[in-house]
Design a protein around this ligand. Structure first.
Ligand code: NAP
Length: 333
């Protein structure tokens, strides 16, 4: 079967379609999925570049961590899915989501909401599972609260905006200048260009801030919270000074929080690492059920920025590297 691999490193890195191992006959709880579409996003670039924490970069590195497709075969212990069911979910290396076929445990799979195309469903797993954890499991957003989403036009950012609005929050978002109109179209109270000096000065005090930027941004976000506020930390990419800049190195900075100051201010700083949370929350499938449930209940559609055929994977990766995406870039297989 065909799949996308990143071969080599640094200047010698090539990304293309190769023959990859066909998953063997399914056993026990295995489900074989024929993949129809796979999401490509910033975390894929971190994986390709060997900058993803805790994941060893192999010489022939499989690309893609989220997919949507159809069940092609099942092991004899599988009870929740049948051949032909539409499913979506996430896999990590040594498997890649941008492969024609993959194997996954039935407990890790989600059922694709019936309204969604496979392309939309490939944009769902990472963004909506994480948005669920950020807003509801950890951020405990309540109706009427004010939420600020940084990197608001990312796949995750837009999922947070959609879910927070559906939950009755007043939502603010910040992103690169070229993406503000799209954010306004998503119904945010205000969209701000975070490359502008003093961009945050007109904001009201906030209850929840979703921050994947890290470094100085964590300190700024904390200062924007009102009493009872929650800062949800997701990553430490550094905001590139130039719109369209491709510098996404992790710079955690030396920010420190003082628990005595935090208790006096009644503010919280919360970490979200999705795989760590699904370990304690009954597995990936349980979180996928939550994520797909929100999309069904609130008639939300994941935002697809652009689609590329698998043979054009370079263009998909360049699109993400150049920060052009508003929502999720999707490869079709
Ligand atoms: N902790 C977790 O469990 C978890 C789970 C999922 C995702 N995340 C994190 O959430 C963030 C968004 O993920 P995603 O999958 O939604 O990504 P995505 O759809 O590929 O969007 C990435 C966006 O991030 C923004 N960005 C801000 N600073 C950037 C920089 N220095 N370089 C490149 N892009 C930058 C860009 O939008 P602008 O041009 O508007 O700035 C870019 O379009 C990532 O940092 C990811 O690692 C964390």
């Amino acid at each position: 079967v065909k799949g996308v691999l990143a071969v080599g490193t640094g200047l010698g890195l090539t990304i293309g379609v190769h023959d990859v191992t066909d998953p063997s006959e399914p056993e026990g709880l295995d489900v074989i999925v024929e993949v129809r579409a796979a999401g490509i996003a910033l975390p894929d670039l971190l994986l390709i570049d060997g900058a993803y924490p805790g994941v060893e970069r192999a010489d022939r590195h499989p690309v893609g961590i989220e997919f949507a497709g159809v069940v092609a075969d099942i092991g004899d212990g599988v009870t929740r899915f049948s051949v032909g069911d539409r499913v979506c979910g996430m896999v990590y290396p040594p498997q890649g989501a941008a492969s024609e076929r993959l194997v996954i445990a039935e407990g890790d799979l989600g059922r694709t909401p019936s309204r969604l195309t496979d392309i939309q469903a490939a944009a769902l797993p990472s963004a909506f599972m994480t948005a669920h954890c950020v807003l509801f499991r950890q951020g405990a957003v309540r109706p009427g609260e004010r939420v600020l989403v940084l990197a608001g036009a990312s796949g995750l950012g837009l999922a947070c905006i959609q879910l927070a609005r559906a939950a009755g929050a007043e939502v603010y978002a910040a992103a690169s200048a070229g993406k503000l109109e799209a954010l306004e179209g998503m119904g945010v109270a205000r969209a701000l260009d975070y490359a502008e000096e003093g961009w945050h000065e007109s904001l009201p005090e906030l209850d929840v801030i979703v921050d994947p930027l890290g470094g100085d941004s964590f300190a700024l976000s904390y200062s924007l919270l009102r009493a009872g506020g929650r800062l949800v930390c997701l990553d430490a990419i550094t905001r590139h000074p130039e719109p369209g800049g491709t510098d996404f190195r992790r710079e955690p900075g030396d920010i420190r929080f003082d628990p005595i100051e935090m208790l006096i201010a009644a503010k919280s700083v919360i970490g979200v690492n999705m795989p760590a949370l699904w370990e304690v929350d009954g597995g990936q499938g349980a979180l996928m059920e939550q994520a797909c449930g929100h999309v069904e209940r609130w008639t939300i559609e994941p935002v697809v920025a652009a689609t590329f055929a698998i043979d054009d994977v370079h263009s998909a990766i360049d699109y993400v590297r150049q920060r052009r995406n508003i929502g999720r870039v999707v490869l079709t297989l």
